[in-house]
Design a protein around this ligand. Structure first.
Ligand SMILES: [Zn+2]
Length: 1159
């Protein structure tokens, strides 16, 4: 017989390859594979030939077919899935389906053939994406349904039919066709209430039904036929009877069916009408702690989230509580962000999902127009307008006649005066722990103590510190209720006692008033005096801070609503804690507990207080002076709490104010809270966040500042909060303001805080605040503390903002050595470096990095000195002062993102951008375009610090375009600075950097400065709000010290970049070598030279976080359904093939169905 030969051959192959697998060999022997391929072809060929030529009545043909099926099955049960894919590619699916149709259509179908055929089909079908479509075309659906109907009382045969139906249904279109042909009704005949018989068949039926319900038309049919109620009752029945949790998978399958149905609005309505919320809530609660019930709990929660009725935000309007009559703004025509995609599309469309959709979308944003990618230096304004910037660059024309007399001054006096003021910012050098200082602190140190000593490779010291940091948690000192010992080891119980005495004053001193002329306030002078007294009795020297000066600047700062208070932390100052804080370990299940609490709030409203205790919209005061709830305030610079609602005794819902003149961008928050009890966890739910995910899900904590702690000698913002999670909630924009944002969803940030003291006043913020008044104070102190012989420091005003605040422009360089012609020439030829920050007001981390940059540049560090002598730094530390002042997250007073206005800024609408760009144009027009342009930002989705740059070549390559000749000539020097920083800065990583030019970023500073001003090294530097997942700071959240250190490291990077550049003068190299530790320098120059980084910038473009351990997405979108588990179905089939099911013996007894219980 002709079948013999291949069969024999195959048996040999089978044996050989099996033993190969046993030995664990990596690759299948090529030879074997070739023989296998050959054998498969022969087999498939034989199979189809038998089918077409012979009738199956013939017993010898039956034997041959069985033999083929057996050999195929044996072949496919060993080795890898590659064999199956090969068979599919050779038409295996079609051959099997055809065999099925022919066999089933014979007058008396032969189950000896059908059963092994079904098993083989299930195995192959699962791996063939087009299997459903092929089955439809070959009319295998009908015959399988008919066979299933015939075998309703024969569960073993039925089970096989169900497996086939399940692989058919993995295609949505085929599933819909099965639904039309009555498959769901058939399945409902199989799925019975609780029983211990035929459970394998019941389980398979629930799985097929769930697969069918992925089709929206099937779901709609299910709703119309009342299946929602049936499914709920079935589930309840199994849940209550299955006390040993033996049939978890059946219960899971039933819930999966419901989950698909409730993606339809009508499905949700049916679910609510059947009291589904109550039923599933109680089921989820009883299952919550059982690990074995995990599949059930997780689907139940998804259904609950999906069905939680939407409600409008508890606000009178979504538009900001603050308005500002900004020029050119129309109150209704506010720019709206395009709505996010709506997951609840109720349309008829049923498309098999395409996993590549996302990637395609991202690449679509890449700029591929060569015209827009090539550098096009050109003016966006009349040339004569540039003349105004002469005044901002007096260094270019100054004759420095006054230089000589200076040297005649009493040098000794000056030395003592400035020596004590010289200060280098460092990761840990501030007031808390001078002993941990990781780099030089001033001129008393030798020149070898430099920023260079702290760079990455030589930083075993830093590494050590960060290890220690894990051990000493700042929170601990706080958690002891602040009693006992302050950071310097002094007993503070005396101060504590006096604080308790003055408890009633805390409230008034904690928000010092800026002016004393506000008539509504009862005792302004007293409050001011109290603040004065405190400063006197609790003196705390904080480097580069001065409370009196802060108050003076705060009085000049103009807000849209006229703030009259100062936030205590900004006034008093912040000293970073001695150690960086580790990221919070997320407790597993924290999100589901929160969601169940939300559901409970919906179902059981009896214990919900729902009392508004603070609101910017309602008449003040909402709360009486004496009350048992927390008191809130946010009417101070950068503050933005809009409303607080007490939900339960220790739980509050909070709503953040939208950006001024806008109805969106809520993310940043900063508010004061007082009147608390110590050692009691308070829960805060910020209800109207906008970003779809947050580092709050990955270890980030909000920041807290305690006034009492500050008075005890620990004036610090610290990371705090537990049980933190961030998830999509059920709130929708208010109907009144919904236009243009119908798909918009909100997210809840929830966290619990245990305050350190009774009756304290505390401040909570999204990130370490840094106000405009802080900046102005800082700049004034910097100016006062420089040694004018060494540092040229100038503060100009770039322009006035719309809100009437000056936008500072800082110039830092070194004075010329003398006013000799040669020295003046050197001075006037120094290249420029331009650095900007804080165009996005919510990105306060950018300001802390900038603070580090500024302090480093004026410091006595030898690197700083060389930088000053060789460059002129033009720095705009805050591009959006108005946004910062008014507590915005993203926008200017016109409600627009200023980092999308660089293409065509207008002087009267976006003055800071217009003049920042003007200054750059001016520098370029006189041949002094900057070496590097960098704009500091904060990043809410990623960890570490990284740069975005611009590369035409990389963009075209990524977009899959053939690179033209001009592009090939692109200078790759844009990669040098990030590579250097990767080596130097502990927080920085090259692996997150990207150099792609996106269409959506065409009007950002980075792209416009690159393209229009022609600066090839034009960057955005992003600092995480959270912390690092690599390098010495791995596992730590950023403190302000780490951010400031990054600012200093950025400057060091600029220095190394210059040393490595071709244009670097011999003189500078020689100076660098003599002034700095030559070994260290050598080391860096070499290491940076070897381009070790081969990171693919693209691979890191996506969010660097995994999908989270808990589903973030609020909607139970069916696309998140896991793919059918191959091994699981394989296992079921295997189990069934070898075990004569006990169910078979029961066949004779029939299958008594209980009716669905009526509840
Ligand atoms: Zn930004």
């Amino acid at each position: 017989m002709e079948i013999r030969e291949p069969e024999l051959k195959l048996c040999k192959i089978h044996g050989k390859s099996a033993s190969d697998d046993d030995k664990g060999s990596q690759d299948e022997n090529v030879e074997i594979l070739a023989t296998f391929a050959q054998a498969t072809s022969v087999l498939l060929h034989s199979l189809s030939r038998y089918l077409s030529v012979l009738s199956l009545q013939n017993s010898s043909d039956k034997a041959s077919i069985l033999a083929i099926l057996q050999v195929l099955s044996d072949l496919l049960s060993v080795g890898t899935d590659r064999r199956i894919y090969y068979m599919i590619s050779k038409g295996g699916s079609e051959a099997l389906l055809q065999t099925l149709v022919d066999t089933a259509r014979s007058p008396s179908p032969d189950y000896d053939i059908l059963l092994p055929l079904f098993r083989l089909m299930a195995k192959v079908g699962l791996r063939d994406k087009k299997f459903g479509q092929k089955a439809l075309e070959l009319e295998a659906l009908d015959v399988t349904l008919i066979l299933a109907r015939k075998n309703l009382s024969h569960s073993h045969n039925l089970l096989h039919c169900l497996w086939a139906l399940r692989v058919f249904a993995s295609s949505v279109t085929t599933g819909a066709m099965l639904g039309i042909n009555g498959a769901m009704e058939l399945l409902f005949k199989v799925i019975s209430p609780y029983t211990r018989k035929h459970t394998r068949t019941i389980r398979a039926a629930t799985e097929v039904l769930a697969a069918l319900l992925k089709s929206k038309s099937n779901s709609r049919r299910a709703v119309n036929r009342g299946f929602v109620t049936s499914l709920l009752r079935l589930h309840q029945d199994w849940h209550s009877h299955d006390v040993t949790d033996t049939y978890v998978l059946i219960r899971h399958g039933l819930l999966l069916c419901l989950r698909h149905i409730v993606t339809l609005r009508s499905g949700r309505e049916a679910f609510l009408a059947a009291n589904g919320m109550e039923t599933l809530f109680s089921i989820a609660q009883t299952c919550l702690d059982k690990k074995s019930m995990e599949p059930v709990t997780s689907v139940a929660l998804q259904i609950l989230r999906q069905c939680y009725p939407e409600s409008p935000l508890p606000l009178v309007t979504d538009t900001s509580a603050y308005t500002f009559p900004a020029p050119g703004s129309t109150s209704s025509g506010l720019p709206q962000a395009p709505p996010e995609e709506d997951f609840e599309d109720d349309g008829e469309e049923e498309i098999d999902k395409d996993s590549d959709v996302e990637a395609v979308k991202e690449d679509d944003d890449l700029e591929t127009d060569m015209n827009k990618l090539s550098s096009k230096p050109g003016l966006d304004r009349p040339e004569e307008e540039l003349a105004q910037y002469d005044a901002m660059c007096p260094e270019l024309s100054c004759s420095f006649e006054e230089l000589e007399p200076k040297y005649g001054d009493d040098l000794t006096l000056k030395d003592t005066l400035y020596a004590s003021r010289n200060h280098v910012p460092s990761a840990a050098s501030q007031c808390f722990n001078r002993e941990h200082s990781s780099w030089g602190r001033g001129s008393e140190d030798t020149v070898h103590t430099s920023i260079l000593d702290t760079v990455k490779s030589g930083k075993s010291r830093i590494q050590l510190f960060s290890k220690q940091r894990h051990l000493t948690n700042v929170n601990q000192s706080i958690k002891q209720n602040g009693l006992g010992i302050d950071s310097s080891g002094h007993d503070t119980s005396g101060i504590q006692a006096s604080l308790e005495e003055a408890a009633c004053d805390i409230e008034s001193i904690s928000c010092p008033r800026i002016t004393s002329s506000f008539s509504n306030f009862p005792e302004p002078e007293e409050s001011k005096e109290a603040a004065e007294k405190l400063l006197h009795t609790h003196p705390k020297h904080i480097p580069f801070h001065d409370p009196h000066l802060y108050m003076a600047h705060a009085m000049r700062t103009r807000s849209a609503v006229g703030f009259e208070m100062m936030a205590f932390p900004d006034f008093w100052g912040h000293c970073p804690p001695p150690t960086a804080q580790p990221m919070l370990n997320r407790k597993w299940g924290v999100q589901r507990i929160k969601i169940l609490e939300d559901v409970r709030r919906f179902l059981q409203q009896s214990d919900v207080i729902n009392k508004v205790v603070f609101s910017l919209d309602e008449p003040w005061p909402v709360q009486g002076p004496v009350s048992d709830c927390l008191r809130f305030d946010s009417k101070f610079e950068s503050g933005n709490l809009r409303k607080a609602i007490q939900v339960r005794e220790f739980e509050y819902d909070l709503l953040i104010n939208a950006d001024v003149n806008s109805s969106q961008h809520q993310q940043w928050f900063y508010f004061k809270v007082s009147g608390m009890r110590a050692a009691t966890p308070y829960r805060f739910n910020v209800l109207n966040c906008e970003k779809p995910n947050s580092q709050f899900n990955y270890g980030m904590q909000p920041t807290l500042y305690s006034v009492k702690e500050a008075l005890l000698g620990r004036p610090a913002w610290i990371r705090t909060g537990s049980e933190i999670c961030y998830y999509k909630n059920h709130y929708r924009p208010n109907a009144a303001t919904m236009e243009g944002a119908s798909g918009k969803r909100y997210y809840t940030l929830t966290f619990a805080v245990t305050f350190p003291h009774n009756e304290d006043a505390c401040y909570l913020a999204y990130h370490y605040p840094y106000t405009y008044s802080s900046l102005m104070t800082h700049l004034e102190i910097l100016e006062r503390s420089i040694d004018p012989r060494q540092v040229y420091f100038r503060q100009d005003s770039l322009c006035q903002t719309l809100g009437g605040n000056p936008c500072p422009l800082v110039t830092i360089t070194a004075f010329p050595e003398s006013n000799s012609a040669q020295h003046l020439e050197q001075f006037r030829c120094r290249p420029y470096q331009v650095i900007t920050a804080r165009v996005h007001p919510g990105e306060s981390n950018a300001s802390w990095v900038m603070k580090g940059t500024l302090e480093f540049l004026i410091s006595s560090d030898p690197v700083a000195k060389l930088l000053r002598e060789n460059f002129v730094f033009k720095i705009i530390p805050m591009l959006n002062p108005d946004g910062v002042i008014n507590g915005n997250h993203r926008c200017s007073l016109r409600g627009e993102d200023l980092n999308r206005q660089w293409l065509l800024p207008q002087a009267h609408l976006q003055p800071t951008i217009y003049h920042a760009k003007g200054l750059l144009h001016y520098l370029s027009s006189i041949g002094r375009g900057p070496v590097v342009f960098c704009d500091f930002h904060g990043h809410s989705q990623k960890k570490n610090v990284f740069l975005y740059g611009c590369s035409m070549k990389e963009t075209l390559w990524q977009a899959g375009c053939t690179v033209g000749g001009a592009a090939l000539l692109e200078d790759v020097s844009y990669r040098m600075l990030p590579k250097i920083l990767d080596k130097l800065a502990p927080a920085f990583t090259m692996s997150s950097c990207s150099f792609l030019v996106e269409k959506s970023r065409a009007s950002t500073a980075r792209v416009v400065v690159w393209r229009e001003i022609g600066v090839s090294r034009s960057y955005t530097m992003e600092s995480s709000y959270c912390g690092c997942n690599q390098g010495p700071y791995q596992g730590l959240q950023f403190g302000t010290s780490e951010l400031e250190e990054m600012g200093a490291m950025f400057c060091l990077g600029l220095f190394i970049l210059e040393l490595k550049s071709a244009s670097c003068s011999h003189e500078l190299l020689a100076q660098a070598t003599t002034m700095l530790n030559a070994d260290v320098l050598d080391h860096y120059l070499q290491r940076c030279g070897s381009s070790s980084s081969n990171s693919n910038s693209r691979s890191t473009e996506v969010d660097d976080e995994p999908c989270c351990m808990e589903e973030i997405n609020y909607s139970a979108d069916s696309s998140s359904d896991p793919e059918p588990n191959f091994t699981e179905l394989d296992r079921q089939i295997q189990e069934c093939a070898f075990q004569k099911d006990e169910e078979e013996k029961e066949e004779g007894t029939g299958w008594r169905r209980r009716s669905i219980p009526q509840s």
